[in-house]
Design a binder for this molecule. Structure first.
Ligand code: PLP
Length: 367
């Protein structure tokens, strides 16, 4: 039995009849950059995200860049974030001339540890960018309180967490700016690149819309220097259709997760720890495993595909060596990079495939 990490071809087969006419409509209209399909999607996903505004952009990476532009991040400004995330989180800060200031993660949630944030705040700190890693939201109440106390902006990197909840609120809905990715492997994936910024602030929403189209308002009059961060009409149409399936897919991910939790409870691997006030979107089901590399090889030999997110922390990447963090700077993150392994959890998998994966994990530790 093969167990792939992702099965986008099966997913396409289930939505083909709904998605192809929507694509066809955009093709017929030839309104392919932004346009009505994107507008309709924005209205629909704003409601889904419990937000006043949703602004479609070209990718999750660009969502972070546009959000940082919207708060007027200046060269030299410091932004606090986690070293245990996808590269784009920190790269966006650097692209605008800002300085990423890393804070280690919590060993249970793998998200930024709010208890370590305040000691890193200086008079140059402008913002905090928490990342909702693997689909579980970072502790936003604590983070918002710190931000309020020190007058900092908060931008959520929700690229992995669409549909997750904390105290009943969606990610990206509770703070100023939420950034989402529709990269095909994400829980809600486009047929190419796409992203979104959410906000409840009318003025910020207006600014985001201007920035994503070079800063023009009205046409050919530039109030600020933005960029080409537009979302394609075809992606808007695809995403509108797929959004109708998202809650079902998330439910299936959570069912797969509880099956893993149950089967692996007695083993020596550490299963994900979801805080009581959180409902995870389970973008990944990430365990901490002794002899991780051997386990991954063993599962691979049994046709079970796994992945390591992330094998190397951001503070040890050579492009960030000028930030002067050395090995040992963030011990929790560094240990996680050696121990984490993400097991297949996509909604297209059957219960049998999850059972098989769990059974093979147990078998590995029995010899
Ligand atoms: C995927 C991802 C991004 C970037 O999104 P793209 O659409 O690939 O540009 C940013 N942050 C995190 C945490 C991600 O997982």
């Amino acid at each position: 039995m093969q167990v792939p990490l992702l099965d986008l071809k099966s997913q396409f087969a289930t939505i083909k009849d709904a998605v192809m006419p929507a694509i066809d409509e955009v093709c017929q209209s030839q309104l392919v950059c932004l346009g009505p399909a994107v507008q309709q999607f924005e209205t629909k996903i704003a409601a889904y995200c419990q937000c006043r505004h949703a602004v479609g952009v070209s990718s999750g990476s660009d969502a972070l860049i546009v959000a940082l532009m919207a708060i007027d991040l200046q060269p030299g400004d410091e932004v606090i974030t986690t070293p245990f995330t996808f590269f784009a989180t920190a790269a966006a800060i650097v692209r605008l001339g800002g300085k990423p200031v890393f804070v280690d993660v919590d060993p249970e949630s793998y998200n930024i540890d709010p208890n370590l944030i305040e000691e890193r705040i200086t008079d140059k700190t402008r913002a905090i960018v928490p990342v909702h890693l693997f689909g579980q939201m970072a502790p936003m109440v604590e983070i918002d309180a710190i931000a309020q106390k020190h007058g900092l902006r908060v931008i959520e990197d929700a690229a992995q967490a669409i549909g997750s909840l904390q105290e009943g609120s969606r990610c990206g809905s509770r703070c100023e700016l939420g950034c989402f990715s529709f990269y095909p492997t994400k829980n809600l994936g486009a047929f190419g690149d796409g992203g979104l910024v959410t906000t409840n602030d009318d003025a910020l929403a207006e600014k985001l819309r201007i920035l994503r189209d070079h800063g023009q308002n009205p046409r050919y009059h530039y109030q600020m220097v933005g960029g080409n961060f537009r979302l394609d009409g075809i992606q808007g149409a695809v995403l509108s259709v797929k959004l109708d399936y998202l809650d079902n897919w998330s439910d299936t991910r959570r069912r797969h997760a509880s099956l893993y939790d149950e089967r692996l409870a007695s083993s020596c691997v550490k299963t994900p720890n979801i805080a009581e006030n959180n409902l995870s979107a389970y973008h990944q089901y990430t365990i901490r495993a002794p002899r991780r590399d051997d386990l991954q090889r063993f599962l691979g030999d049994h046709q079970i595909e796994t992945a390591i997110f992330y094998p190397k922390p951001l503070h040890l990447q050579s492009c960030f060596s000028y930030l002067d963090y050395g090995p040992g700077a963030f011990p929790v993150t560094e240990t996680l990079c050696e121990e984490v392994l993400s097991l297949p959890i996509c909604p297209e998998l059957s219960e049998e495939q999850i059972e098989r994966t769990a059974e093979r994990v147990l078998a590995f530790y029995q010899h």
